[in-house]
Design a protein around this ligand. Structure first.
Ligand SMILES: [Zn+2]
Length: 501
């Protein structure tokens, strides 16, 4: 069956935290037969670059809008909203959710993220494809904004919570929208399990089966989030069991189509990881450490005249907002905080900020690592692997980078300049961005961490390089590019449906 515009359909499978090396290990062990068939017939890119910070709200916004944080505006897992003078929390952990209040976190994660924070000028895939007359659908996914209105339709435990919180907002999503107990565009015989990890892949599969059987999509975003949960809990090596479970869910989708051949005849397929994960063994309580020297805004506290900093931990990255209104005071505070983090706080790898200096060609961004500083801004002196031009001032060793001719390459920090620039140019960005060293993780505002286990968020390759697999796509092929990024998925989808500009 063809899509509404005569093109073949497309399934975008987003596997949270999927690392290509672990995927291949699982396949070789014979534990992921469905992935194996897709890999055999498709093209696997092992090092597709995530956003910075490499955390799910930022990365899924990049996947669905094709834009980086400077355009889609989502800056992290936890961040300080300057206009609202409060923290935004997208559910770092159950403890963090509780620290900010269950209702507020629910509002931020479900409603505000999509309908408030995500830039309205960057259409999501659901909006782009609906505008082209295609039918869109998703299983529960953080970013769902689309063109079809959905009333909140609650079941179970969340119903009591949500009615107590007067959570009755309608949202705009794909034609077929499923978001656990909150939104469900059709009655399906599947048990929603939004709040319980390790059962969500099965729910996605159950919903997708119904969508296939009733022929309800041209574009389906098929979300498999459980791998993230297992990798956090057991470390990246624990990913194998989770990938096997994701394979079960994928197998159910394929079976609903009548097997691999039918599935691939009717559908182009993209499998993408939002980011990867690395092992963490040491914790950094950034808000506590900074709080010993400066007054740090507390969760849910009113912003007071003595508050100096807001701190947003995002896994293996963090943002620090300077709160004084006076510009000179802010600059002085920024220098003090940066100096302290660089010299006195173990676990900090990189600091990045926008400098006050600039000229008619714009301001400089700066990054410092191991006491070495590099300034950079868009220009023409060097090119990165994705073809973007940059002007440099300082030592590329700050990013363990080498410059050969006009090529700027850092294996340790993939696509470092463009990712840092996009993170810093986000109007919601912190004044100082922090990326942690290997093995370290920030404690969230609920006091939770994933030690010993897996985590992500940093600019380092081990958090940033995930799998990208394409099978039977119409349009551009992965071989056509030197370095792929998750923002490229948007163009692959447009290309498949013949919508590329
Ligand atoms: Zn995660």
């Amino acid at each position: 069956m063809a899509a509404a515009n005569g093109q073949r359909k497309l399934v975008l499978v987003v596997v949270d935290s999927l690392r290509a090396d672990m995927l291949l290990k699982t396949v070789r062990a014979g534990e992921a037969p469905t992935f194996r068939k897709l890999i055999d017939r498709g093209e696997l890119v092992a090092d597709c670059v995530a956003s910075f910070p490499s955390v799910t709200p930022v990365c899924t916004s990049e996947i669905t809008t094709g834009e980086r944080p400077d355009r889609h505006l989502i800056p992290g897992m936890n961040w300080y909203h300057r206009a609202e003078r409060r923290y935004v929390e997208y559910g770092s952990s159950f403890e963090a959710t509780r620290a900010f209040g269950l209702f507020r976190s629910l509002y931020d994660t479900v409603y505000n993220l999509n309908m408030g924070h995500l830039n309205f000028e960057t259409p999501t895939l659901f909006e782009r494809l609906a505008d082209a007359g295609l039918r869109t659908a998703c299983t529960p996914f953080l970013i769902y904004r689309g063109r079809t209105r959905h009333e909140v339709g609650l079941e179970g435990l969340l119903k009591a919570f949500a009615s107590a919180a007067r959570f009755h907002h309608a949202v705009w999503g794909p034609e077929e929208l499923f978001y656990g107990e909150l939104y469900s565009s059709r009655k399906v015989d599947c048990r929603p399990t939004l709040a319980r990890p390790a059962t969500r892949d099965a729910y996605s599969a159950c919903v997708a089966r119904d969508l296939v059987e009733h022929d309800l999509y041209d574009f389906l975003l098929f979300s498999l989030p459980d791998n993230d949960y297992y990798s956090h809990r057991d470390g990246p090596e624990g990913m194998r069991a989770a990938i096997a479970l994701a394979d079960d869910a994928l197998a159910e989708l394929v079976a609903a189509h009548g097997g691999t051949d039918r599935f691939l005849a009717d559908n182009g397929v993209i499998v993408v990881a939002d980011h990867a994960q690395s092992l963490v063994e040491r914790r950094l309580d950034l808000q506590g450490t900074l709080g010993e020297r400066w007054q740090v805004l507390r969760p849910n506290a009113e912003l007071g005249p003595d508050d100096r900093l807001a701190v947003g931990p995002s896994g293996r990255a963090a943002g620090i907002w300077l709160l004084p209104d006076d510009g000179e005071e802010r600059a002085r505070l920024g220098a003090e905080v940066s100096g302290f983090l660089e010299h006195d706080v173990e676990g900090v790898d990189l600091l990045a900020w926008i400098t006050p200096e600039g000229d008619e060609r714009g301001r400089w961004a700066a990054v410092s690592g191991s006491g070495i500083e590099l300034r950079f801004r868009p220009g023409a002196a060097v090119r990165d692997r994705r073809g973007r031009g940059w002007e440099l001032d300082g030592d590329p060793a700050a990013l363990s980078a080498r410059v050969a001719g006009d090529a700027f390459v850092s294996d340790e920090y993939p696509d470092a300049l463009a990712r840092l620039w996009a993170a810093l140019a986000n109007p919601n960005a912190a004044d100082i961005l922090v990326s942690l060293a290997a093995g370290w993780e920030c404690v969230d505002w609920g006091g939770a961490d994933h030690l010993p286990g897996g985590s992500h968020g940093s600019l380092l390759a081990e958090d940033s390089l995930g799998a990208l697999l394409t099978v039977g796509l119409d349009g551009e092929r992965p071989a056509g590019r030197e370095q792929w990024a998750i923002s490229d998925v948007y163009g692959l989808v447009e290309g498949h449906f013949g919508l590329a500009n």
